[in-house]
Design a protein. Structure first.
Length: 433
């Protein structure tokens, strides 16, 4: 209002000069009339602009929340609504941004936002773990400076148009493999996405080793069978003793392949199971009575086999799986115990937990091999295992059955003195009736 009065007072002398000076009464009248016209024009212009503003606010549905009669009150009310709506929008955007960052923070996939100069603008916790960076410390730092790997820097600078990912292995001495992808975020920023594929690579290696081992295990018996079949086809009549020997060898190799296929199917079924075994009571006396006959048949009276049970209990689980696990442990002991050795099979309780153990006086196992014994097809002595009919899958099957029954497989061995394989079952799977 003050600026408007100063404006009117500044132009008033000009109006007097134009209308003939202040000495003339007519000049005063003209001056005041002209001033009134100018003020009316200014007021009309302001009213017109005010009305335009009012219509614009109406078009945007910015209701002041009350009904006012005067235009100025309506305009200021609508402007207040505009300010309030702006504040609400800013709050919603802030909440959405926080939810988005919280969601990214929970993802196992790493995300890093980079500017044109490859400086870090933002990253989630997964990216911090994968790349060993700290957002608080490394914000605005150059990522290629923090990760000084030529292949990584080359990927950022010369990423091919047809291939937007690269593999980064073994940073900071860790067995970690990352797949990195670069995505254009906008004109000024790019997004680097990190995937931890360490387990995928391990699984792929296990699969390749598995296929190679199965092929190797089947090749030998197939070669033997094929060779004997060719001999029968190309040679003349053979003496009965020679023919019997050939047929026995073919039958033995065919049985070996059948045993291998059966154990592969059993292992595949066990690995596909989810959850834990049901709590179905199985009498330990029944289980332990079925194990020794198989062991003695495999031993052919070359070993001393004893069975002991501290007390009658029931083990809750699947009887066929438990019998398979017990049988595999006993068969493993028979194969690796020299003639004249002893094998002790026992069931005992320790602080409520049940322990099934097989102790032998065999050749023993070096400590370096023990962590890998439950791997498929892993053998300490491959030649001895094949000679005794082993497939290299027995302990892998035992381990899967143990996991299915919430048990743990413990191995204690001393080279030259023997080994003890024990399955420890939790207390809630042991009942007295």
């Amino acid at each position: 209002m003050r600026s408007f009065l100063r404006y009117v007072l500044s132009i008033f002398p000009i109006i007097l000069l134009v209308t003939g000076g202040a000495a003339s009464i007519g000049g005063w009248n003209w001056a005041w009339g002209s001033l009134a016209l100018i003020m009316a024009a200014i007021a009309a212009r302001d009213a017109w602009k005010l009305q335009q503003l009012h219509r614009w606010l109406q078009d945007h549905n910015l209701s002041p929340g009350y009904s006012a009669r005067r235009t100025w009150e309506q305009v200021f009310g609508r402007l207040h609504s505009l300010e309030k709506r702006y504040d609400e929008n800013q709050m919603r955007l802030s909440e959405a941004s926080q939810r988005f960052e919280q969601a990214l923070a929970l993802l196992p996939i790493g995300t890093v936002i980079l500017d044109r100069s490859e400086r870090i603008l933002w990253c989630n916790p997964a990216a911090e773990r994968h790349l060993h960076i700290d957002l608080t410390r490394d914000r605005q730092q150059s990522l290629p400076y923090l990760i000084r790997r030529p292949e990584f820097q080359d990927f950022l600078e010369h990423r091919p148009a047809t291939e937007n990912h690269t593999i980064l292995r073994g940073r900071h001495g860790q067995d970690l493999t990352l797949m990195l992808q670069l995505v254009r975020y906008n004109d000024e920023e790019r997004m680097l996405v990190t995937h931890d594929i360490t387990q995928l690579e391990r699984d792929e290696k296990v699969r390749q080793d598995f296929v190679a081992n199965v092929s190797h295990e089947l090749r030998t018996p197939l070669t033997v069978i094929g060779g004997y079949i060719e001999t029968l086809q190309t040679s003349g009549p053979l003496p009965p003793t020679t023919l019997d020997k050939i047929l026995d060898t073919v039958a033995s190799q065919a049985q070996r392949m059948q045993h291998l296929v059966e154990e592969l199917l059993s292992l595949s079924r066990l690995e596909s199971q989810t959850g834990v075994a049901p709590l179905t009571p199985v009498a330990l006396s029944s289980l332990l009575s079925q194990v020794p006959p198989t062991a003695r048949q495999l031993s052919q009276e070359r070993h001393t086999i004893t069975v002991s049970m501290a007390e009658e209990n029931f083990l809750q689980g699947i009887e066929s799986e438990l019998l398979s696990a017990f049988g595999n442990l006993v068969a493993n002991a028979v194969r690796y115990t020299p003639t004249g050795g002893s094998i002790d099979i026992s069931w005992s309780l320790q602080e409520g937990s049940g322990i099934f153990s097989v102790r032998d006086s065999g050749i023993g196992i070096d400590a370096e091999h023990i962590p890998r014994l439950t791997e498929r097809f892993y053998r300490v002595d491959r030649a001895r295992s094949r000679d005794t009919g082993g497939t290299g899958l027995g302990l892998a099957i035992v381990q899967r059955i143990a996991q299915h029954h919430e048990a743990s497989l413990m191995i204690d061995s001393t080279p030259g003195k023997g080994s003890t394989f024990a399955l420890h079952f939790p207390a809630h799977r042991i009942t007295s009736n």
